[in-house]
Write a protein that binds this ligand. Structure first.
Ligand code: GUN
Length: 278
């Protein structure tokens, strides 16, 4: 029986240290400020953004959500980003993805000042991460690394990442590589997924398909991190067959309550980092 990794609890304890940092900043008249841009009415995006607002409030970060109809033009959005880039009181800028089809996502990401890019999506920050330099790290990968470190040493472990998204799969492999893990990437063109995943000491699954990873695909004693968020018959489930894999792994993250709370916490971490740079 695996240890169930309580992401909510790990996140809450991390947020306590952030709270103390914010108190110290406020004593110096620095109020960490986060601006979140939310476009359209995607229910998942609205739910994520509510979570971000709640966490910010709990920690003492001043957060403001700017909501727009999906008819907003790309130019209007880019102009808004320019204003926030120039506003010295704003530490963090986050544009919730996905964006409406008429807006070029990468143009928007690249417009955000790398110094305020609390998502860690700007190519300059991605490049610095790849070089192992100190920078704003993408939130979900950073949260996954933090959770994994509560369970095990990373150096020398074989980490198998399933999924190669820009937001999670690709960068999380890079973060673990920077920690001296041996990293294998798997994706939709991988020939025998089970043969690969069975080699993992640490298995990270970030695809978005319920039931993708079954118990026969997991090495006994592995640490399994499930990043999937899928709605099945009104219930949230991950990409891993949780009940069966729990019997085989040494530790596993549940969905919900595993990686999700860490993502938001690392967003708060990045906002506090920017505010601390002064
Ligand atoms: N949409 C889903 N996940 C994320 C995220 O981490 N950041 C942003 N900006 N949008 C998202």
């Amino acid at each position: 029986m695996a240890v169930v990794i309580d992401g909510k609890q790990v996140a809450a304890s991390y947020r306590e240290t952030l709270k103390e940092r914010v108190t110290a900043l406020r004593a110096r008249n620095i109020v960490p400020k986060l601006k979140v841009v939310l476009i359209g009415d995607d229910p998942a995006s609205h739910s994520y953004v509510r979570g971000k607002e709640r966490a910010a409030q709990e920690i003492g970060i001043d957060s403001q959500v700017l909501r727009f109809d999906e008819t907003i033009s790309e130019k209007e959005l880019l102009d808004l980003i320019d204003l926030m880039n120039e506003d010295e009181e704003v530490h963090g800028i986050l544009v919730q993805l996905p964006l409406p089809k008429h807006i070029d996502e990468s143009r928007v990401i690249m417009r955000i000042s790398p110094e305020k890019d609390v998502d860690g999506f700007h190519p300059e920050n991605v490049g610095k991460m790849m070089l192992g330099l100190d920078t704003l790290l993408p939130c979900t990968p950073h949260g996954i690394l933090h959770l994994a470190k509560t369970q095990t040493e990373i150096a020398g472990k074989h980490v198998v990442v399933v999924g190669r998204s820009q937001i999670v799969g690709k960068p999380v492999g890079m973060l673990f590589l920077n920690e001296s893990a041996t990293v294998t990437y798997c994706h939709s063109k991988t020939k025998d997924l089970g043969e690969m995943t069975r080699q993992a000491d640490i298995l990270i699954v970030a695809v978005g398909r319920a039931g993708l990873v079954t118990a026969d695909m997991v090495k006994p004693g592995a640490l399994v991190i499930d990043v999937g968020v899928n709605r099945v018959e009104g219930r949230l489930v991950g990409d891993v067959d949780y009940e069966a894999v729990k019997e085989k792994a040494s530790a596993i993250t549940p969905v919900p309550g595993g990686v999700g709370p860490m993502t938001i916490t690392m967003l708060m971490h990045n906002t506090v980092e920017v505010a601390s740079r002064g």
